[in-house]
Write a protein that binds this ligand. Structure first.
Ligand code: NDP
Ligand code: HSE
Length: 407
């Protein structure tokens, strides 16, 4: 019998406990032994839960119990989750987590601690919810060289953008719905401001390269300023606005970013709606491989956690690549300002003819946007380094109501 403990009996942790119980026979077959949740650590009691007799409040009981082979950390946040994880790993207990904030922030120390004690530290659920993504990257695709990863990694913002487009919902109302459905972070500004997707890009990049970049290395822009006018403009351009995370190899280094982009209708990511995530992985031999599925929610995420529990307890994870991470060498991350792209721009508060004249003087030959609303000026810039585009935009007269990069 393998005994495990779950720390954090919330949306994900609650799902993990029920899946382990309900799928006991299937899990036994995969692990080669029975797996049972012995402890559930949480701040509260759960008097109505069928698992109430397993709820404890003293974390020390988990570390000191030699029967506990694995700890599932689904409490979220950095403290005390980091300390709890180190306590478990230092005793050779495997740790499985859905906590991307912790993995992104402390991944170097935690993967090293796991390695030093012969334990597994697994976090499939931290990126892409229920989509099998990190394991395929670290196993099936290791014979290839991954050149870029580009995708929608935050279910909450994708849900909000879809609701705004399909029902004309206001940003705040759509967010409230996402919170009710259990998709959003405890502090939803992490979803809206791109920090959740930033953390996922850091983890994905480390899964591909073995290097964990810092949050400051990821160019990150909020979705909070997006309006229905932007969503409408993207549709008039034949595409959709999506929060896109992107990692690309650039010579010996990489670039990493998270920002809203207008995705052309011909690109599969423009059709990823609702809470779904979609991730395109481009590699030298296979070309494009796409992963698609539910990016958040209790059971999709809990299912990913349980697959890690099985991988750790069966030993199947032993041969995965990039299990131990290092810090980026100097110059490894290329500044976003140097990367070339195009931008959709909307200007108000100035006569359209004057705005159009300034746009062509500053940017050169801009493309028109069909159906521009009365009194506004819209254009798509030619390709230029991002820093150059931003400098020129700062010199535009009138009010820059919107500037969204194109994919
Ligand atoms: P919840 O807030 O629903 O669950 C967290 C649980 O941990 C709560 O019951 C909380 O108790 C408990 N907790 C908090 N601090 C402690 C502590 N010090 N000791 C013991 N228990 C504690 O969060 P989720 O389940 O939604 O998310 C958990 C993690 O999974 C987060 O890192 C999140 O980013 C990640 N994640 C979530 C997904 C989702 O769809 N929800 C998808 C993928 C990842 P209390 O409520 O009393 O504070
Ligand atoms: N808040 C996250 C999201 C949960 O909406 O994608 C899944 O990681």
């Amino acid at each position: 019998m393998k005994q495990i403990a779950v720390i954090g009996f919330g949306v994900v942790g609650g799902g993990v406990v029920s899946l382990v119980e309900e799928n006991a026979a299937y899990i036994r077959a995969a692990v080669g032994d029975d797996v049972r949740v012995k402890y559930i650590l949480d701040l509260r009691d759960f008097p109505d839960s069928p698992y109430r007799d397993r709820v404890i409040h003293d974390a020390g009981r988990i570390w000191d119990d030699p029967e506990i082979a694995l700890v599932v950390e689904t409490m979220g946040g950095v403290r005390p989750a980091a300390q709890f994880t180190l306590e478990a790993l230092s005793r050779g207990k495997h740790v499985v987590t859905s906590n991307k904030e912790l993995v992104a922030r402390e991944g170097i120390a935690l993967t090293r601690e796991a390695d030093a004690h012969g334990a597994a530290y697994l976090y499939e659920a931290a990126v892409g919810g229920g989509i099998p993504l990190l394991r395929p990257i670290r196993t099936a695709l290791t014979g290839d060289r991954i050149e870029s990863v580009c995708g929608i990694l935050n279910g909450t913002t994708n849900y909000i953008l879809t609701r705004m487009r399909d029902c004309g919902a206001a940003f705040g109302d759509a967010l409230a719905e996402a919170q009710k459905l259990g998709y959003a972070e405890r502090d939803p500004s992490a979803d809206i401001d791109g920090l959740d997707a930033q953390r996922k890009m850091m983890i994905l990049t480390a899964a591909v390269t073995g290097v964990l970049v810092g949050a400051e290395d990821v160019f990150t822009e909020t979705t909070a300023r997006l309006t229905v006018l932007d969503i409408d403009a993207a549709q008039r351009l034949g595409g959709a606005v999506r929060l896109i995370g992107m990692m690309r190899r650039e010579g010996d280094g990489i670039s990493v970013s998270v920002c809203p982009r207008i995705v052309p209708g011909t690109h599969p990511l423009s059709h990823v709606d609702d809470v779904y995530n979609g991730i395109c992985v481009s590699s030298r031999l296979s070309g494009d491989v796409m992963f698609y599925g539910r990016g958040a929610g209790r059971f999709p995420t809990a299912g990913a956690v349980v697959s890690d529990v099985i991988a750790a307890l069966s030993g199947a994870c032993r041969y995965e690549a990039n299990r131990v991470w290092s810090a980026p060498p100097a110059g490894f991350v290329r500044p976003f300002s140097e990367l070339t792209g195009r931008m959709y721009v909307r200007i108000g508060g100035i006569s359209p003819s004057q705005a159009a004249e300034s746009a062509s003087a500053l940017f050169g030959d801009c493309a028109e946007v069909p159906g521009t609303p009365e009194g506004k000026t819209e254009f798509v810039t030619p390709a230029a380094p991002d820093g150059v585009l931003r400098q020129r935009l700062a010199r535009m007269p009138g009010v820059t109501e919107s500037a969204i990069r194109l994919l």
